[in-house]
Write a protein that binds this ligand. Structure first.
Ligand SMILES: CCCCCCCCCCCCCCCC(=O)SCCNC(=O)CCNC(=O)[C@H](O)C(C)(C)COP(=O)(O)OP(=O)(O)OC[C@H]1O[C@@H](n2cnc3c(N)ncnc32)[C@H](O)[C@@H]1OP(=O)(O)O
Length: 219
């Protein structure tokens, strides 16, 4: 695997903005296990053909579990700090819908730096279905948004998506490994022009061109 050998740019510490930071390594194994099991549960519920007695029993059990877990909620904006393969680190919101470590609805997509930008792989099931057997177009945009945002953040500094234009070239199938890549093309003041792609078996199914606008970080 190729990694970015350029010196890492100075990245802001979210704590300076009042945001709590959790080290990825400090997320308890039990929470990771719970997140994975709930992810499976969501998929099973979405597809179940169980009888009504079983459904009612399951709903009561889950109501009970929900009440037990609904304690000491995290502050909105809680960040997770992740060590990356190139020895640098990144911050992301811990409940990010695409990549959040503690979000059972997230695929999740974890991106790593490469010589060109970022790369990750993810396989999506029926939770992300739009047309029969295919990934929902909004989710394709979400995956690409995450990729261009991360590429921009790692190459420059964190920003918000100002523009995201997606070309849907081929249907993107469920249950197939999706290769997600993104790379910064150029920067212009606070604007970062980024391209992202989804490939299936080497063929591009969707491509995005985005403008990220870097947030102004006080000195
Ligand atoms: C503290 C540490 C945190 C760490 C954190 C790390 C996170 C790292 C992982 C990230 C991974 C997440 C990936 C998901 C990323 C989202 O999902 S972001 C959420 C969706 N996006 C939004 O909500 C953005 C909403 N829009 C806005 O807030 C504002 O319009 C913007 C985009 C911040 C720009 O506003 P502004 O800062 O006032 O900037 P402004 O002066 O208007 O424009 C600056 C430049 O951008 C241009 N521009 C502005 N809007 C546009 C546009 N729509 N089209 C074209 N050009 C535009 C302007 O023309 C101007 O260009 P120049 O004059 O320099 O040529």
């Amino acid at each position: 695997m190729t990694v970015n050998t350029q010196p890492a740019p100075q990245r802001p510490d979210p704590r300076a903005f009042g945001l709590p930071v959790v080290e990825q390594a400090d997320i308890p194994a039990e929470l990771r296990d719970l997140v994975a099991r709930v992810h499976t549960l969501i998929d099973v519920v979405a597809n179940t053909g169980a009888d009504t007695d079983t459904l009612a029993e399951a709903a009561a059990t889950i109501e009970d579990v929900t009440a037990r877990l609904d304690v000491a909620r995290r502050q909105i904006g809680t960040m997770v700090r992740r060590e990356l393969d190139d020895g640098t680190a990144e911050h992301g919101t811990i409940t990010n819908i695409v990549a959040g470590d503690t979000n059972p609805a997230a695929p999740p997509l974890f991106l790593q730096p490469t010589a060109e930008g970022v790369r990750g792989e993810v396989t999506l099931g029926t939770l992300y279905q739009g047309p029969p057997g295919l990934v929902h177009g909004g989710w394709i945009a979400a995956l690409l948004d995450q990729a261009v945002g991360t590429a921009s953040s790692l190459a420059t500094s964190p920003g918000l998506t100002a523009k995201l234009e997606v070309d849907y070239r081929r249907p993107t199938p469920l249950f197939n490994p999706l290769e997600i890549t993104a790379e910064v093309r150029r920067t212009e003041r606070r604007k970062v022009f980024v391209t992202g792609r989804i490939r299936v078996n080497g063929e591009i199914t969707a491509e995005a061109n985005a403008i990220m606008v870097r947030v102004e970080i006080p000195a």
